[in-house]
Design a protein. Structure first.
Length: 228
């Protein structure tokens, strides 16, 4: 019985990790290191937006039986979260000066905008109550990974001696871990939902663990001394 209770508690922590994990970097930026460089402002905006969206999403998931039928799905919130995350981190990559391929950085948001319009016009329903948009999450992860790889390549090209000394390094590393771990999860999540909902629910724990790591590394970035 105790093992079952511990398992249930652990699962509850994972289910709500998209909320409490965000509090970690927000605590750092609000209490410990309030002054942050300008290029981290989009990341801070993302954290506040993600906190609001994730609180609503988790409340809907846990208390949907008390809500009207039309409000029982939190899938549209995950789609909104995906777009908000991409917009904020695109602006972050455009803002940092240690990544010089300006044309590519400005082209990528246009590519996602075109994809989003086409995808939700012809292939998926943005307000699908059954499953979130695997297409949107997959292409978002892919494009964010391009941003991350372009950052690392620019650091190697510029022969930066201590790449880990900058705040932006920890942001990019956290984002890289998140998108690399979740790319294939997002890619196959819709088939998993249709074929084995129980497996899909278990695999979402992988997403939550990656999100915790992501938030911890954002907190590390806020706490680190700015090398610029």
């Amino acid at each position: 019985m105790k093992l079952l209770n511990l398992h249930g508690l652990f699962q509850l922590l994972l289910d709500w990790s998209e909320v409490w994990a965000i509090v970690i970097p927000l605590f750092i930026v609000l209490i410990v290191r309030r002054k942050q460089p300008f290029f981290l402002k989009p990341v801070i905006v993302y954290l506040w937006a993600a906190l609001i969206i994730n609180v609503l999403a988790d409340l809907i998931a846990d208390f949907k039986s008390f809500l009207p039928h039309w409000a029982q799905s939190n899938n549209p919130l995950y789609n909104i979260h995906s777009i908000a995350r991409f917009v904020c981190f695109s602006y972050f990559f455009i803002s940092i000066k240690k990544s010089q391929i300006t044309f590519l950085k400005k082209l990528i948001p246009f590519l996602l905008a075109v994809f989003t319009i086409i995808n939700f016009s012809f292939f998926e329903n943005f307000f699908n109550p059954i499953h979130l948009s695997g297409n949107l999450l997959t292409i978002e992860s892919y494009l964010l990974l391009i941003y991350c790889m372009q950052y690392y390549l620019s650091q190697l090209r510029d022969e930066v001696e201590r790449i880990s000394s900058g705040k932006e390094f920890w942001i990019v590393t956290g984002l890289s871990i998140y998108v690399v771990i979740n790319f294939f999860l997002f890619l196959f999540y819709e088939p998993m939902i249709k074929g084995s909902p129980a497996l899909a629910a278990q695999m979402w724990n992988v997403h939550n663990i990656a999100y915790i790591i992501f938030c911890i590394l954002i907190a590390k970035a806020f706490y680190a001394t700015d090398s610029n």
